[in-house]
Structure formats: structure tokens, C-alpha cells
Design a protein around this ligand. Structure first.
Ligand code: AMP
Ligand code: ZN
Length: 115
């Protein structure tokens, strides 16, 4: 989608600090981190929100979930981490390209949430 900031990151038109990339997904550090570890995992396909995910998206959603644990551990989150998906207006979603926030660090995160 041409005016989507995360599609532009996928296309390399906007720079990002990449954590991981394959043919289906991309992970990159959040530009405004709210925890010592804070990166995002996105599908390369433009899916606006979790509520827009279709049955055909199940494989990429599964890969995002599986890679969440793999990449969190690679980032040093060996004692747990938080995953957040904000969806739509009520979920305070800011960027309408589906993404999983991965949040971690040394200390328990409390109830602080990205928005
Ligand atoms: P959400 O409220 O779940 O839609 O979160 C969007 C997230 O994207 C926020 O945490 C922003 O800091 C992050 N973000 C926005 N633009 C960029 C960017 N160019 N590179 C990395 N992260 C970004
Ligand atoms: Zn997009």
C-alpha cells in the first residue's frame, strides 16, 4: 500500500534497524522504544489490522508468533517478554499495518503498554 509507512519500510524506502527478515515477515526496532527491548514484527503483506486478517493469512500469522519467541530470546529476553497487538481505534492503533510489539528487558514491565 503506497502511503503506508511500514510498507515503505518493507520496500526499503524508509530506513529501519532490522532485527530479522525473510520472504514473509520483517522485524525492526521501534523508533520510540518504551522498554529496553522493543521491536516490531510485521507481515510483508499489507494487512491493516488483526481484525482484517483472513484465513489465507494464517501461515504468516503463525510465523510471526513463532518468530516472536525466537527473536525475543536472540535479543536477550531469556526470562520472558510481552507481546502486544493494538487493533483499531479502541485498541489505540497508530500505524495501520499489522504489527506485534515485542517488549522486554531485565525488569518486569508492569502494566505499561505501547500505544
Ligand atoms: P501502534 O500504536 O501499535 O500502531 O504502534 C505503532 C508503533 O510504530 C509505535 O510504537 C511507533 O513508535 C512505531 N513506529 C512508527 N514509525 C516507525 C518507524 N518509522 N520505524 C520504527 N517504528 C516506528
Ligand atoms: Zn502496509
Amino acid at each position: 500500500m503506497s502511503d503506508c509507512i511500514f510498507c515503505k519500510i518493507v520496500a526499503g524506502e524508509i530506513p529501519s534497524r532490522k532485527v530479522y527478515e525473510d520472504e514473509d515477515i520483517l522485524a525492526f526496532h521501534d523508533i520510540n522504544p518504551v522498554a529496553p527491548v522493543h521491536f516490531l514484527i510485521i507481515p510483508k503483506k499489507h494487512i491493516p489490522t488483526l481484525a482484517d486478517a483472513a484465513p489465507e493469512d494464517i501461515p504468516v500469522l503463525g510465523k510471526m508468533m513463532q518468530m516472536a519467541g525466537t527473536l525475543a530470546k536472540q535479543a536477550g529476553c531469556n526470562d520472558g517478554f510481552r507481546t502486544v497487538i493494538n487493533t483499531g481505534r479502541v485498541g489505540c492503533q497508530e500505524v495501520y499495518h499489522l504489527h506485534i510489539h515485542i517488549l522486554g528487558g531485565d525488569k518486569p514491565l508492569g502494566m505499561m503498554l505501547p500505544r
